[in-house]
Design a protein around this ligand. Structure first.
Ligand SMILES: Nc1ncnc2c1ncn2[C@@H]1O[C@H](COP(=O)(O)OP(=O)(O)OP(=O)(O)O)[C@@H](O)[C@H]1O
Ligand SMILES: [Mg+2]
Length: 464
């Protein structure tokens, strides 16, 4: 991935401890604790860095690992749930030197306050045991370390407090980024962005990037028009960014629930933007699979009135979609507004089209309309959105109406419809069929050949 596509929060992440803005006291305490570890006996075997979001906790550990040449072993809250995982990964790391010579390690258990309730007691005990036996520094981070369940961890650790970053510090970092990116920016705008961020540099940088990439400059008017305070519900644009940037399941779930739109509309936003964000086809497939499950659960809720299932809907459209990304790297993309879908969903038309499509395909595929809706339509949507040329062939093969094509292709309907027109005009399919027959006849002369599709058989060749 070219550097220019790296999200700025990653591109401008501190490379060494000195790059971490502000936090002088925390830096000093952390360096003292770490050097004590590396030179012999530390006061405590673990350190617990705590403070508000986006103030540099994780960044500092990563920068320290880099600066001191330590191998960083990172685990996050969702890993803590499974005691076996902690034992397998962390304890192995904690008791062994690196495979590659004597390179030392630092173990980061990020966001330990993600551990909740009795279900995670096993995980908590495993961490305590890890601290007991480790031969490498163990660092934990948390936003709120004062929860009673974390007391045993507090007792076992050196506590290092991180401050909320001030507006001046946030504005200074933003200004540095603008200069490096050669983006025209107005100091008042940066100051305002800093104010809105409430000390969360991650969100301030993300806002700055969104405006700069969208408009090429950052002015006070733009900031006022586009950015709102953080302690509230997020716009779908922000919610999507939060979702796709989530490292943890709970963040993803939060992203889809803390929006100012309802969950059905949020689903459409994800549906529309998933192909923009995920470049790897398998990631995309997993993402759509999760989204279609969410949609199935939602359908069931509506039929049965069993609202307990709503949590699964959020799990699927949040964590399911976010964690589907295994190969594609997160990159900055411009999200689009699902205008057509939104418009259609407001009318009964969308359901009518979907039902008609389901009935139409059910007859051709010899399965029930329900199966078409749950299994085939989501697949077709992926194909139609990603490969309009191929989609056009499918549309012709299945004799789909224009509305059906629009339903499946969403933002790329125009392209698919154009290809359909072109194919029909050129009679390409007919030509190909003839060509196929010709090839078949030629092949028959030299070796046995299977039956290729007959005139009507375009349908049977399709991958589903
Ligand atoms: N003090 C800082 N100095 C420089 N950059 C920072 C600082 N704090 C945050 N950032 C920027 O914000 C991003 C997020 O910071 P980081 O991951 O360290 O936050 P955090 O304190 O761990 O937050 P959370 O509690 O949400 O995990 C970093 O990638 C970096 O770009
Ligand atoms: Mg962090």
């Amino acid at each position: 991935m070219p550097t220019k596509e790296l999200p700025w929060v990653i591109k401008y992440r501190p490379k060494k401890i000195a790059d971490v803005a502000n936090q002088d006291k925390a830096k000093k305490e952390f360096i003292e604790w770490l050097t004590a570890w590396l030179h012999g006996k530390p006061s405590k075997k673990a350190a617990l860095l705590y403070g508000p979001p986006g103030c540099g906790k994780t960044s500092m550990v990563e920068a320290a690992a880099h600066e001191y040449g330590l191998e960083l072993i990172e685990m996050n809250a969702s890993d803590f749930r499974r005691r076996e995982d902690i034992e397998r990964v962390a304890k192995l790391a904690a008791t062994q030197m690196s495979l590659f010579g004597s390179r030392r390690k630092i173990i980061l258990l990020d966001e330990v306050d993600g551990i909740s309730g009795t279900a995670d007691r096993g995980g908590l005990n495993a961490i305590l045991e890890l601290i007991e036996i480790t031969i490498h520094p163990v660092v934990m981070t948390a936003n709120d370390p004062w929860d009673t369940k974390l007391k045993p961890l507090r007792d076992a650790s050196k506590l290092i407090a991180f401050n909320r970053l001030t507006e001046t510090v946030v504005a200074r970092v933003l200004s540095y980024i603008c200069k490096s990116e050669k983006i025209e920016c107005d100091d008042k705008a940066l100051r305002y962005l800093a104010k809105l961020s409430d000390g969360d540099l991650r969100s301030a940088i993300n806002d700055l990037e969104a405006i700069a990439r969208g408009y090429g400059k950052v002015t006070l008017d733009l900031v006022k028009a586009l950015v709102r305070r953080r302690d509230r519900e997020y716009s779908p644009f922000e919610a999507l960014r939060n979702l796709f940037m989530s490292k943890y399941a709970w963040q993803a779930k939060l992203a889809v629930t803390q929006t100012n739109i309802d969950y059905e509309t949020m689903m459409q936003w994800i549906n529309e933007n998933l192909p923009n964000q995920y470049s790897d086809p398998e990631d995309l497939w997993r993402g759509y699979e999760a989204l279609s499950r969410a949609s199935v659960y939602l359908g069931r809720i509506k039929r049965t009135g069993n609202w307990d299932l709503l949590s699964y809907v959020f799990d699927m459209m949040g964590a399911g979609v976010a964690l589907a990304r295994m190969k594609s790297k997160y990159r900055w993309v411009k999200y689009s507004f699902p205008q057509r879908i939104l418009l259609m969903s407001k009318t009964k038309q969308v359901r009518e089209v979907r039902d008609a499509l389901a009935r139409h395909l059910a007859a051709k595929l010899h399965v029930s309309s329900r199966i078409v809706k749950s299994d085939y339509i989501p697949m077709l949507q992926i194909i139609f959105v990603n490969n309009p040329k191929y989609a056009a062939r499918i549309a012709i093969g299945y004799n789909l109406t224009e509305n059906m094509v629009k339903y499946l292709a969403g933002p790329r309907s125009n392209e698919v419809l154009r290809y359909i027109r072109e194919l029909k005009e050129r009679g390409v399919l007919e030509e190909e069929k003839k060509e196929g027959e010709h090839v078949k006849r030629t092949r028959r002369t030299s070796r046995r050949s299977g039956r290729r599709s007959s005139g009507k058989g375009t349908q049977t060749q399709l991958p589903f």
